[in-house]
Design a binder for this molecule. Structure first.
Ligand code: CMP
Length: 135
């Protein structure tokens, strides 16, 4: 069953996502469940502030818990983006997370950094150095 919200444990596909990460050699080196306030969601998605979907996206992302992770692996950004699939789940390839579980372009289940610079900002938004098990 597709989840209504990407963020409610028990209804979301978190375990399936973790399984796919592990099967694809993307090592989880930090992970926690959070529940963003609207202001925190707005800060995370600040680059999209002028976009028409900003309100809906930040409403949704603050509507329930979310699991945030830091992934490590060879070419991790590109490989995780391949696993996620296109932003619009209707355009995502067969077998991708979004194709399999998303219900709406704004409720597309997973997010992934698109470059090392955005990863640095996004990791720092949720984790401090002591919470990341990098060796
Ligand atoms: P992501 O790319 O992970 O982060 C920004 C999010 O904004 C994106 O996932 C979608 O959830 C949402 N988004 C991007 N483009 C659109 C759009 N055209 N319409 C609605 N939501 C969008």
């Amino acid at each position: 069953m597709k989840p209504d919200s990407a963020a409610i444990l028990g209804q979301n596909p978190i375990f399936e996502v973790v399984k796919r990460l592990e099967a694809n050699d993307l090592k989880i080196i930090a992970m926690k469940m959070i529940h963003l306030t609207q202001t925190q969601a707005e800060g995370f998605y600040a680059v999209h502030r002028e976009r028409p979907f900003f309100g809906g996206l930040t409403d949704f992302m603050s509507s329930g818990p979310a699991v945030v992770m830091v992934l490590e692996g060879e070419n991790a950004i590109a490989r995780y983006r391949d696993l996620m699939g296109a932003t619009n789940y209707k355009e995502a390839a067969e077998g991708t997370i979004r194709r399999d579980f998303a219900t709406d372009i704004e409720k597309n289940v997973v997010h992934g950094s698109d470059a090392p610079e955005t990863a640095a900002f996004e990791i720092g938004y949720f984790f401090n150095a002591f919470e990341i098990n990098a060796r």
